[in-house]
Design a protein around this ligand. Structure first.
Ligand SMILES: NC(=O)c1ccc[n+]([C@@H]2O[C@H](COP(=O)([O-])OP(=O)(O)OC[C@H]3O[C@@H](n4cnc5c(N)ncnc54)[C@H](O)[C@@H]3O)[C@@H](O)[C@H]2O)c1
Length: 257
């Protein structure tokens, strides 16, 4: 008789750090990991949100600690790494979900705006990898949050789209260097409702109607719908997946209509 192998699609017993983990998609991932039984540190610049998210993680009966970080400041990421190693006993998974966006056209975007976005969204991802990889256990997993914007022609988002294209390329490049010890993958969400953009994508607006209409699954995503891909990529079920960008967009980016 063939013995049934339990599915390894779980992060129970993993120790995770979620950068940009106190809001939006990152917070949903941090809480989803905690719900699954992972110890999780959710960090961002905002002390109040760090505290609130840590309380929600604790309420799920797993280990966490409260620490802020700014991905533009390498020292602050190093403090998170040292704290995670001390408090959780090691690091198995790191998610980079910090975000920055600027709406300016190619003709008008200033150096400052460009640098602000790329410093957080692209250099930030690079700094997260550089800081945490040396402390990660063999079998570890890094998950970078990219966007379908990396491969779509989108107006007024030159820095954001370029940064996300860079995240996809950096994910592939770093995956070869960090193999075989650490797997590096990205998730490219489509349109996801978060507290920050709830107004922009509010139901009944023309923008929302256009997105819903163009999306094969007929709607935008709830942030919790990005969590499954993150759990898969962080789990041992993805033990042979690296350098991959997993699109989670309801079919939007590849749809012909
Ligand atoms: N919401 C969407 O529709 C969508 C779609 C595709 C991709 N994304 C990507 O998903 C990720 C999360 O976005 P979100 O919509 O949840 O946004 P959000 O604003 O809710 O979350 C972003 C998080 O990053 C943190 N952050 C910002 N700058 C930081 C810095 N310098 N240092 C540390 N933390 C910092 C914020 O405090 C916050 O916790 C981003 O990379 C974004 O580009 C979002």
């Amino acid at each position: 008789m063939v013995e049934y192998q339990h599915s390894p699609v779980t992060v129970a017993d993993k120790r995770a750090v979620v950068v940009g983990g106190t809001s939006g998609i990152g917070q949903a991932i941090a809480l989803g990991f905690a719900e699954e039984g992972a110890d999780v540190i959710a960090t961002s610049r905002d002390e109040t949100k760090v505290d609130e998210t840590a309380s929600e993680i604790e309420a799920r009966g797993v280990e966490t600690t409260r620490i802020t970080c700014d991905v533009t400041e390498p020292d602050s990421l190093e403090r998170v790494r040292e704290t995670a190693v001390e408090e959780l006993g090691g690091i198995d998974t790191v998610v980079a979900s910090q975000g920055a966006v600027s709406r300016a056209s190619v003709r008008n975007i200033s150096d400052d705006e460009w640098d602000f976005v790329t410093d957080v969204a692209l250099d930030g991802v690079r700094r997260v990898t550089q800081t945490f990889a040396p402390a990660m256990e063999a079998g570890g997993s890094i998950v970078n949050i990219s966007s379908i914007a990396a491969r779509l022609a989108m107006a007024d988002l030159p820095a954001y789209t370029a940064a996300k294209g860079g995240v996809d390329a950096f994910t592939r490049a770093s995956s070869t260097e960090l193999a075989p010890d650490i797997r590096v993958n990205a998730i490219a969400p489509g349109f996801v409702i978060t507290p920050q953009n709830a107004e922009t994508y509010a139901e009944g607006t023309e923008k929302r109607d256009r997105i819903d209409h163009r999306t094969p699954l007929g709607r935008v995503a709830e942030r919790e719908e990005i969590v499954g891909a993150a759990i898969f990529l962080a789990s041992d079920a993805a033990s042979f997946v690296t350098g991959e960008v997993v699109t989670v967009d309801g079919g939007f980016a590849d749809s012909a209509f």
